[in-house]
Design a protein around this ligand. Structure first.
Ligand code: NAD
Length: 434
């Protein structure tokens, strides 16, 4: 039956239970709070606090001992208003729908903050990849790819590496997808090895981008970057390349950590030497040229720059109160809880936060470059990649600072405002289908 008059919709239902997790609720709170400050259209606000689509799959894997284990995998597309969805795939024993949805939401705004024509997605499998052999990880990856194959594609949703996955994982996804299609489809994933259609500079991109935003923040605050001290939580892809780039910029890296604990040397760590040590031992624990401390102690160190580059939710209200840094650069996604964020907002004159959607956007930026190069089958030099990355990161930083000053707010709120503004303008321009 058609009606002449539009009917006012009822109030939106609360977030469904399956998405409820602390991280997702924190992310929703942040988006809602920011949308309210911007006086955003309530319909758009509600749409932005729930993902467009979410897929849960079971991934059966034959293990090396002949048994079969079932793992649970996810792929969530949060919003595709600005372009195809883009986001990493995480292998971690804590992965759940709430976490993947929160990360997909952050990806939407991260792409928008960086000015990329992409939407936000995320995926993951609940598994500890360190307990699996290489063959088991390969079989898991190929089966997961097949389970989500109708969900992803170079025009719709393009995965990339995240925690627990790397360029090899992306090569297996690309190969599996291509085998199913019958021809090579390199642009279905980014973060591939260069030999399989990857981009120069992708592996280093997130850490390098973090370093660029730290340099921009130091300049903005009128501080000299050279000689600053820095502590880094997590010495994986992001933490390690950020450490290398910052050390080259003259920053003294005094502490780093991984899942086994932290190491500290107030005189500064030799990052090249530490990389060699970690290359052999796989962990920072036992590194001879430093003293052992805990991850919690690392976060409380008195340093100029604190760089969390591991897990989400590691900075709660208590740690936020104890932190003694001048710049907090969020290499990790969602490292600060909403309670921690309240404390940091009250301390925004003391601690300048470079939020995740800005600080770690270098990864998705070079992923975007890789996707563009793959579609054109025309590849750029390292120099072209790094210059373009530098421009994107500095422009994004300046755009966030403009919002910060215009709305007299903190950096996290300003960055999210910028991201929400860009997505919501496009949503309003495109209109509601049908
Ligand atoms: P990774 O798997 O390469 O490294 C993670 C590091 O964190 C490892 O050193 C690991 O030992 C450490 N770690 C794990 N649990 C820990 C704990 N409880 N305490 C201390 N350290 C711990 O992952 P990555 O790709 O470097 O990603 C790190 C963070 O950066 C994640 O939050 C990820 O979402 C985010 N991120 C990554 C990229 C990228 O391009 N890789 C892009 C944007 C954001």
């Amino acid at each position: 039956m058609s009606r002449d008059q539009p009917v006012r919709s009822t109030l939106p239902p609360p977030a469904p239970l399956e998405w409820e997790s602390k991280f997702f609720q924190d992310t929703v709170k942040l988006v809602e709070r920011t949308s309210d400050l911007m006086k955003l259209d309530p319909n758009i606000k509600h749409r932005l606090t729930t993902p467009d689509r979410a897929l849960i799959v079971t991934v059966p894997v034959r293990m090396d001992d002949g048994t079969v284990q079932n793992f649970v995998g996810y792929r969530v597309q949060h919003n595709n208003t600005l372009g195809p969805c883009k986001g990493g795939i995480r292998y971690h024993h804590d992965v759940n729908l709430g976490e993947v949805s929160a990360l997909a939401t952050l990806m939407t705004f991260k792409c928008a903050v960086a000015g990329l024509p992409l939407g936000g997605a995320k995926g993951g499998v609940r598994v500890d990849p360190t307990l699996l052999s290489r063959h088991e990880v390969q079989r898991l990856t190929r089966r997961y790819t097949v389970e989500i194959i109708n969900f992803i594609g170079p025009d719709s949703d393009i995965p990339a590496p995240d925690m627990g996955t790397n360029d090899q994982t992306m090569a297996w996804i690309m190969d599996t997808y291509s085998q199913m299609k019958g021809y090579a489809v390199p642009s279905v994933v980014t973060g591939k090895p260069i030999s399989a259609g990857g981009s120069k500079g992708r592996r280093e991109a997130t850490g390098r981008g973090v370093a660029y935003t730290i340099a921009a923040a130091a300049e903005h605050l009128g501080l000299k970057l050279e000689g600053m001290t820095c502590a880094i939580q997590g010495f994986g892809n992001v933490g390690m390349y950020a450490a290398r780039k910052l050390a080259r910029m003259g920053v003294k890296i005094v502490a780093v950590s991984d899942v086994t604990g932290a190491i500290y040397n107030p005189e500064g760590l030799d990052i090249a030497h530490l990389r060699k040590y970690v290359g052999i031992r796989q962990v920072v624990q036992g590194y001879p040229r430093a003293e052992a401390i805990t991850n919690d102690q690392l976060l409380r160190l008195k340093v100029d720059i604190m760089l969390p580059a591991a897990l989400g939710g590691v900075i709660d209200a208590e740690i936020a109160r104890d932190m003694k840094c001048r710049i907090l650069a969020e290499g990790a996604n969602g490292p600060v809880t909403s309670e921690g964020d309240e404390v940091l907002r009250a301390r925004s004159d003391e601690i300048f936060v470079i939020p995740d959607v800005l600080a770690n956007a270098g990864g998705v930026t070079v992923s975007y470059f890789e996707w563009v190069q793959g579609l054109q089958s025309f590849f750029w030099t390292s120099r072209e990649i790094n210059e373009r990355l530098y421009r994107v990161m500095h422009t994004a930083f300046d755009d966030c600072v403009k919002f910060k000053e215009k709305f007299r707010t903190d950096m996290r709120t300003a960055s999210l405002m910028l991201g929400i503004h860009r997505v919501s303008e496009a949503m309003l321009a495109r209109g509601l289908f049908p």
